[in-house]
Structure formats: C-alpha cells, structure tokens
Design a protein around this ligand. Structure first.
Ligand code: SF4
Length: 482
C-alpha cells in the first residue's frame, strides 16, 4: 500500500487544528523571536510540552534576550528551567550560548542548519526546527513523532531520524517541509501515540497501513453500546424532575428513545422520587443530587451499565451542589454537567468561573484516556447568534464577557460545540424564560450543549435541538454518536 501523502497531510492539518499546539510553534506564533524559539527548542528535548512551556516562561521573564541570558549564572538558569529533562546539561548549554552567538555570529542567531549546529546543545533536529519555525526556510525537522509516523505509514522505510530526514528531503513535497513537524507532533501526542496508538478513533484508520503498530485495545468496544447504529444521546435541564413527571416525562422519554439521557436540575434526591422514576423501564439510573433540598442535582439514565461512575469533580464546593456525573463506557466518557448560574447580581460569577476551570481540567484529563462527551446546561450563550437579544444582555448572567470567555477557553482547549458543526442558523435556542410568552415568540437562549473532544469529531454523526418537546423551560438537546 502506498500512502497518498497529500491526502494524509490535508486530513491531518484539518484534524490537528483543535489539538494542543506544540510549545515551540506556540512560542513562534506569539513572539516571532529566533532567540526564544531556539531556547524553547533546546528546553523541549525529552520534555513534555507543559513542562517546557512553564520553564520557558520563567526563564524569559528574567532573560528576555541574549544579553539577559548572559547576565545569569549557570546555577540560576538551572533553577529557572528545572524540571525539564537534563536541565543541568541544558543550563550549561544556555550559559555558554550568548558568548558563542556573539563571538561567532556577531550576536545574531544564525539561520542555517550547519551554523546552528555549532551552538552548544544544538543538534540537527533542533537546528532544523529553528530554521523552519523561526526563519521559515526550507528545512524538515524530524523528531521521534515524524520518524515513527512516516514509518507506520510506510512512506519511508528508515531506521533513524537522520535517515528519515534525508528520505523526506527526497520525496516529501516542499509545501509540507515547514509544517510537517508541528502537524505530526500534535497528532503523535494526541492520537497516534508511541505506545498503543488510538487507531479506534483516528481519522486515518481506514487508510493507514498501521505498519508495526499494536493499537490500543478498547475493552468491550464491540458491545451493544459502542457498535452498530449511532447512539442517541440526550441532555435536558428538566427544572424539577417531580414536576416534569406530572407533565408527561415518562411519555417523552419513550418518544426520545434515548440510549443515554442526562438530566440537570432534578431538584430532588432519589428517596423523594416515585418508583417509576427510579426504575424507568429499560434504563439504569445514576444520581448525583445536591446536599441542599430541592436544588440543582443531576441524574443520568443509561440503557447499558457503565464500567465506572464518577460523582462530582473531587472538589467539595462544587460536588455538594450535585453538578457533575460521569459514566465511563468502553470507549468514551459521558459527562453530565450542570454549570452554576452567575445569578442576577453576578454574586456567583467567581464561583462559576472557578467551576469552568475545574471542569475543563477534568475533561482534559479524561480526554487523554478516551473520547469525551460532555453535555448539559452550561448556563452561557457564548456567541451573539446564540440568544435573541445579545446587546441587551451583555451585562446579564449567562452572557457576561467573563462567562463567554470561559466558553471560548473551553472550546479553544480542544472541545467542539457539536450543534454548530451542523447548524449555523440564528434562532436556535434551548431555553426560554417562562415570562413574556418567550417560548412562543422564540425569545430564547442556546445554553445547553453537547461538546466532544476534537479528536473524536469523526464519531459525531449529528446534533440537534429538540425545541418541539415541552415539559421544562429548557428543551432537550441531542447528539448522534458512533
Ligand atoms: S490509524 Fe493508528 S497507526 Fe495509523 S495514523 Fe492513525 S493512530 Fe496512527
């Protein structure tokens, strides 16, 4: 099988758009500064990107340029950059760097691979990356991800990164030279991992020869819940489960035919509910009520028993309000979330923003293991298109700048607002005030979401707002998930 490299790269450039950007590329975009790009590249060797980013930030605060670096003692550099891998060696290289750049290159970071390789701590890989990223000159940086993935595809058959670089120089179209490293590093960190790559959710899985690969095993992946037709997942802020029961909740559930149904604001403990709600035919129910009676709380009905149930985020201030319930299945996590309301006086804005930070970290942690679906009442309409009267509501809870920024940060961190993958029309709302006949006039807000981690985009088969369904001031939102 010969891979079509143009198609592969086109698919991956699109795929990694929402992945975490490799730290060196991030610094390049933010600074355009060859000194910082060079130093960050040196720091990044055998070091995780998060660690590199923090070390670089500490170092650049006191050494923003070569003279600043020259003023630091080696021990101080070591203190600033620890715990990057081999930080003592790297501190030695960085301590010598300003003098070498001054003495041999007149104080300017050199622009060729050969010249860069004369700097302390700079090998061919680092030099290629600096040439490509800092100076935008033709160079192919082959690190472990590029070497490994190109061989998995059979695009090259090589034993070392240097052989791979030479083979790629001979056959890779030049348009990809500058970007192949960033694309494959992001892809290698996120999906095509060095140990047990995530072929089960890879966009290339049908086309990739997977040479020498042992994909991760997804336990139970052939179970009824994760095979065959797309699953029907629903999220619904029910605004009181006992009240909803009186308004025909059981009939609506029958109509939805959900595989998973996440409810928010149940406002009840299981002990206060009828037998028919506790044992909805065909479903297992999982509860995470609030400590305070008649307040908040979430519940998830599932057709299949999950592998694990996680109640809360592990933070008491949020967990006592019954806001998050996660079911783990063989190949995805299903998170039911009821985000705090900032309140009319914005008294709880700080609480809500802290919740945003905590749940984002939670989602990111889970997404490192397998796909993540998070749904619920996010209590924010984040774009003008998502509410009927954006201008009038700019200072109101659910649409303050801080809340919108929280949602943007969530999406920028690598999660997709699935509804907008399918529908870019205005007037699509999931909540309407009970006042002013708002629902009939469609004066509403879209504050209920289904989001998934970006790497699982290919599993999203459809998304909808079921505004025709009554029973609460919110309507259900839906995701078709494969
Ligand atoms: S299918 Fe598997 S081996 Fe091939 S690129 Fe995707 S994750 Fe890597």
């Amino acid at each position: 099988m010969t891979v079509d490299i143009v198609s592969f790269m086109a698919i991956l450039v699109e795929e990694v758009r929402t992945y975490q950007v490799p730290v060196v590329d991030l610094i390049a975009v933010q600074t355009h500064d060859p000194y910082r790009i060079l130093v960050a590249t040196i720091l990044s060797a055998r070091t995780r990107d998060e660690v590199t980013a923090k070390a670089a930030e500490r170092l650049f605060k006191v050494a923003p340029d070569l003279p600043g670096l020259a003023a630091l003692a080696e021990a101080e550099i070591a203190r600033l950059i620890g715990p990057v891998g081999f930080f003592r060696n790297k501190a030695g290289f960085l301590a010598r760097l300003p003098a070498v750049v001054q003495g041999e290159f007149g104080g300017q970071i050199p622009e060729t691979v050969e010249e860069l390789c004369r700097l302390p701590g700079v090998g061919r890989k680092t030099a290629n990356l600096v040439v490509a990223v800092a100076f935008k000159k033709p160079a192919i940086c082959v690190d472990t991800h590029v070497h490994r993935i190109m061989n998995i595809w059979g695009y090259v058959r090589t034993k070392t990164p240097l052989e791979t670089e030479m083979a790629l120089r001979a056959k890779l179209p030049e348009q990809y030279w500058l970007t192949v490293n960033a694309t494959l590093v992001a892809f290698g960190q996120g999906t095509c991992k060095s140990v047990r790559p995530h072929c089960d959710r890879c966009v290339l899985t049908e086309m990739c020869p997977k040479l020498g690969v042992t994909p991760r095993r997804v336990p139970g992946a052939n179970s009824a819940l994760s095979s065959g037709a797309p699953l029907k997942l629903f999220s619904w802020n029910i605004n009181g489960l006992r009240a909803a029961e009186k308004n025909g909740f059981a009939e609506v559930v029958g109509e939805l035919d959900a595989d998973l149904l996440a409810l928010q604001e149940i406002k009840a403990e299981p002990g206060q509910l009828s037998e028919s709600l506790l044992n909805l035919p065909g479903y297992r129910a999982y509860w995470h009520p609030a400590e305070k009676k008649g307040y908040a709380g979430v519940c998830t009905y599932s057709r299949q028993e999950p592998l694990r149930v996680i109640a809360g985020l592990g933070r008491e201030e949020f967990d006592r309000e019954g806001r998050v319930l996660t079911l783990e299945f063989a190949d995805f996590f299903f998170i039911n979330a009821y985000y705090p309301n900032a309140q009319h006086t914005l008294d709880r804005l700080g609480f809500k923003l802290a919740f945003n930070t905590e749940i984002l970290a939670f989602c990111q942690k889970l997404a490192r293991e397998k796909s993540v679906v998070i749904c619920g009442d996010f209590n924010v309409a984040h774009q003008p298109i998502d509410l009927a009267n954006p201008k009038e509501n700019e200072k109101n809870p659910g649409y303050t700048l801080a809340e919108r920024q929280g949602m943007y940060a969530f999406l920028a961190a690598g999660f997709l607002d699935t509804f907008r993958l399918f529908n870019d029309q205005p007037g699509q709302y999931s909540w309407w005030s009970y006042r002013f006949n708002a629902r009939a006039r469609n004066i509403g807000w879209r504050i209920d979401y289904f989001c998934v981690d970006a790497k699982s985009r290919t599993r999203v088969q459809g998304a909808a707002i079921r505004s025709e369904i009554p029973g609460s001031d919110h309507c259900p939102v839906e995701l078709r998930w494969k």
